[in-house]
Design a protein around this ligand. Sequence first.
Ligand code: SAH
Length: 234
Amino acid sequence: MPTKAQTNPALKAANRRMCLAIENDARETARWTGRGVISPSVMAQMAGVPRHRFMGFADSDPAATGAYANRAQPIAQRQTISQPFIVAVMTDLLDLEPDDRVLEVGTGCGYQTAILAGLSAEVYSVERIPVLSAEAARNLEALDISNAFLRIGDGFDGWPEHAPYDAIIVTAAPRTAPPALLDQLAPGGRLVVPVGEADGSQMLQRFVRRADGETTVAGLLPVAFVPMIGDVAT
Ligand code: SAH
């Protein structure tokens, strides 16, 4: 999937500042994450995907540059668009290969979905709030992203029909890693998930299902995500 170059100079500059902030955060958190340098392929996606579009800004809107601040921001339904650095480091920790099949839990506005779609063969993304999933579908379609498949559902169940997955990313916080997601990992598969309490004290965990079937886990970085909630919203 080609990355979409920014054409508006102000947006290009804002995106460039965002990428520098991501690289700086990566260096500063290297002793936790082990990823002091985010891979060039992931950074190319961060540079190429127009984040402002996922927050409802037109290219010509002077306020659109605000979308590139390196922090989480509110979207509809009291949910958030994740912080750019967190999107980048979580994606990096998935170690994606071009022919990988990816599961995402928590589509939100679809920004992380777009980044994943540029680095893998297929992305399956589950969201519990129907209006957000519909908005994400519009956002992805407007960018001609055709290898991301969205579904409304409870991410605690994963998406068994398309399992196993080479990589699974969860962008809302459960108390513990959902067993169904661990089950849906392919041999060699990676699961990156913020685990912890709803009040915002969570730890990013990375699980790897080894070829022999054993699963290893490492706690990497303190993070703050919206809680993962069972059941589909109405
Ligand atoms: N990936 C998004 C982050 C969205 S915030 C981005 O790129 O910015 C997390 C999302 O997880 C919210 O939209 C929330 O509704 C969703 N969510 C919470 N619990 C869920 C569950 N059990 N199943 C699916 N989605 C869930």
